[in-house]
Design a protein around this ligand. Structure first.
Ligand SMILES: *Cc1c(COP(=O)(O)O)cnc(C)c1O
Length: 388
């Protein structure tokens, strides 16, 4: 079956009620036919649901769909994207271990690496997305993991996955872990380059409608088994309701992403020719310095555009306050178009120099293009830009 059909046809086993759409399994535990079955299940001799902190039919269905898309052997679902990211680090690292991470990763992931993991003696080195030599030079004997995001947020720099796959071959003992949230498994499949783990905030495009928080980690079976121990005993499980909802959302992921990307490319092209716009970054614009790499490793450019208005923060304010349909909120990956001003919000804790390093200037706007009619998105953007 093709990817899109599998996303629709993968379903938890039908019950004797012969339901068409999958039911919601709101149960904390599961019963056993007899004492022998309960013994064998606990002993790991039999695979069955025991308790929803471990597994649940709704979360299993959601995980199966993500595994199919990513080409993964197995996976685990989490209560939020950050729970997934944290588990994908803490589940494998111990005191004395070292992590190499790309500098332009999600803000809370930076806080994990800077503030929390050092409490347990885990150190990190940051490298720049574009300078590939830095990555290999940062490897130490105690390096246990390489963690990255591509495209980066909000700079939209890309990291060459094929090149990193080559590095993985050279250092097979290092776990290569990627947060694939921005691209989604529809646009980009890191495991196909030899990566070990992929984590996601399902809160973004997987839900795609800004309703629930969720996360997922998929990848090599032996690593997922190891991680299973960590989550059984730390408890960041996804709720069955969230899994039920996300599994339904995945049925339309490819359709939504096609439209998101089509709208985003149209907005990016229009921004490029507006007189109040200094620069536009979007992976599938020919002007993007890594356009060819984007074409090689992504199916489409995604739905995030980063652009800079002429006139710095004052001009950015006029634009943001001038938008009529599009609202300011710090989420992304919603059916509604969303606008954010990184320098004064998500990245306000960084110094101006640190911001510049990840491509954020006072006039930088991050735009998450939604699914509205492109005519309305373009009209709102134009009228707000014309006020500058
Ligand atoms: C939002 C996001 C996260 C965190 O996910 P939550 O579901 O909000 O916890 C992690 N990584 C990336 C790239 C994100 O965009």
């Amino acid at each position: 079956m093709e990817e899109q059909s599998k996303l629709i046809r993968t379903q938890a086993e039908r019950s004797k009620n012969r339901e068409h759409s999958v039911p919601l399994y709101l149960t904390s535990s599961f019963i056993f036919d007899d004492s022998e079955q309960s013994r064998a299940t606990f002993a790991g001799e039999m695979e069955a649901n025991i308790y929803s902190r471990y597994s649940n039919p709704n979360t299993s269905e959601f995980i199966a769909k993500v595994c199919q898309m990513e080409g993964a052997e197995d996976g685990l679902a989490f209560s939020s994207g950050m729970a997934a990211v944290f588990a994908s680090l803490a589940g494998f690292l111990k005191s004395g271990d070292h992590v190499i991470a790309c500098r332009s990763i999600f803000g809370s992931t930076i806080q994990l690496l800077d503030q929390l993991l050092p409490r347990w003696g885990i150190s990190r080195t940051y490298v720049t997305a574009l300078n590939l030599e830095e990555w290999e030079a940062a490897i130490k004997p105690e390096t246990k993991m390489i963690f990255l995001e591509t495209p980066s947020n909000p700079g939209l720099d890309l990291i060459d996955l094929e090149w990193l796959g080559g590095l993985k071959k050279k250092y097979p003992h290092i776990i290569f872990n990627i947060d694939n949230c921005f691209a989604t498994p529809y646009l980009q499949k890191p495991l196909s380059y030899g990566f070990d783990l992929v984590c996601h905030s399902a809160t973004k495009y997987m839900d795609g409608q800004g309703r629930v928080l969720g996360g997922v980690v998929v990848g090599r079976k032996d690593l997922i088994n190891e991680l299973m121990f960590f989550i059984r005993h730390t408890g960041p499980a996804m709720s069955p309701f969230t899994a039920w909802l996300l599994s339904k959302s995945l049925e339309t992921l490819t359709l939504r992403m096609d439209r998101h990307c089509e709208n985003a490319l149209a907005v990016a092209k229009q921004l490029e020719i507006h007189k109040s716009v200094k620069s536009v970054k979007y992976p599938f614009l020919r002007s993007h310095p890594q356009y060819l790499l984007a074409k090689k490793q992504m199916k489409a450019g995604g739905a995030i555009i980063t652009f800079e208005v002429i006139g710095g923060f004052d001009a950015a304010k006029i634009f943001l306050d001038g938008l009529k349909m599009i609202l300011i909120t710090s989420n992304l990956g919603d059916s509604r178009t969303i606008v954010t001003h990184p320098a004064s919000t998500t990245h306000s804790k960084l110094s101006e120099d640190e911001r510049r390093e990840v491509g954020i200037f006072p006039g930088t706007i991050r735009f998450s293009v939604g699914l509205e009619d492109i005519i309305d998105i373009l009209a709102d953007v134009n009228q707000a830009l014309d006020r500058i």
